[in-house]
Design a protein. Structure first.
Length: 345
């Protein structure tokens, strides 16, 4: 076999990638053996998951708590108008599209909220975690779980035309808590819902994240960039910040005596979804979605095996089969609970 010929045991679809010397046949086999958690299936999560699947990562674990809406379609590249019309959960719709792109990829999709009770199980068995979330509390929870499990992860965020990314390797350099000692207060940071976003920044940030992910997965961690990079595509500015000196030996997550404050904190029963004028409630009991659909009758706007959505005046509620309810149209947990009690009992 010529030195530059693709390995016959590797599918032809990856032939151009294995010609890239830093990956090669052995790197491609490493990708096929890899398991990656993609936390969040919004704009970044979709772009990350698609790039990883096309690169030949063997197993993807997709996690998202929400469903597809029309307003997502401008930037969330794995979803269609049909997905939005059917109110499919994002992880389910993303998994379906990815299987159509790469039929051999193994996908483990989860419709679940990420909190201290679920994050460790979601990371278990994964070689790497990718940040596709939209809030700092979840990122810091991921940071703690990855630090405790010694799993590398790649941070990424974008809003407007601004984006940033940083690879975090537990035990080698700072963690997110070292860099950001305190969580921003809810509503302090801009979101896509409050500040908007343009599609190109999503692909740029996801590309940077996946490039670092590939280095980690093929065993080239020494080549991983250890700086925080930021860019504003609208102005054309770009900056790299060396993060090596930011490691804090007193850090509550990666320091000499870690306490993992978020992992040990009680789980909130209600959560304000910043920028969306919505509340998420955890009601505990597993609902009978068919019975709820029948009881609500003409109020039902969407129903499938994963959720039921209905309206009550200016409020709209979506009940998921794991017992969560998202109430849109209010930022007051009491109002959300009253609506749920009225219709769900």
């Amino acid at each position: 076999m010529p030195a530059d010929a693709p390995d016959a045991r590797i599918p032809e679809r990856y032939s151009r990638q294995i010609r890239f010397a830093p990956i090669g046949p052995e790197g491609q086999r490493s990708l096929a053996r890899s398991r990656v958690l993609v936390l969040g299936c919004g704009a970044l999560g979709c772009a990350i998951a698609e790039q990883l699947a096309r690169a030949g990562v063997g197993t993807l674990r997709l996690v998202d708590r929400d469903f597809v809406e029309v307003s997502n379609l401008q930037r969330q590249s794995l979803f269609s108008e049909d997905d939005a019309a059917r109110s499919l959960p994002k992880s389910v719709a993303a998994a379906s599209r990815l299987r159509a792109i790469v039929r051999d990829v193994r996908i483990d999709e989860h419709i679940v909220d990420v909190d201290a009770s679920t994050i460790s199980g979601l990371i278990a068995g994964c070689d790497l975690a990718m940040d596709g979330t939209d809030n700092f509390r979840t990122r810091h929870l991921l940071n703690e779980a990855c630090a405790r499990a010694r799993v590398p992860w790649v941070y990424g965020a974008c809003v407007g035309a601004y984006g940033c990314s940083l690879a975090i390797l537990p035990g080698d350099g700072p963690c997110l808590r070292c860099i950001q000692d305190e969580l921003p207060a809810a509503g302090d940071s801009p979101t896509c819902d409050t500040a908007g976003i343009i599609p190109p920044i999503v692909q740029v940030v996801a590309g940077w994240q996946v490039a670092e992910a590939l280095k980690i997965l093929v065993g080239a961690s020494a080549q991983v960039r250890r700086d925080l990079w930021t860019t504003d595509l609208w102005s054309g500015s770009f900056q790299r910040l060396d993060m090596a000196r930011w490691r804090d030996p007193r850090c509550a997550v990666c320091g000499t005596t870690p306490t993992y404050p978020l992992l040990s904190a009680p789980v909130d029963r209600s959560t304000v979804l910043c920028g969306r004028d919505a509340i998420q409630l955890r009601r505990g009991a597993m609902p009978d979605l068919v019975a709820i659909t029948n009881r609500l009758a003409t109020r039902v706007e969407a129903a499938n095996e994963y959720l039921v959505r209905w309206s009550d005046g200016p409020l709209r509620a979506t009940c998921f089969k794991d017992g969560r309810v998202i109430v849109q149209g209010t930022a007051d947990p009491a109002v959300a609970r009253t609506m749920c009690d009225r219709w769900l009992g």
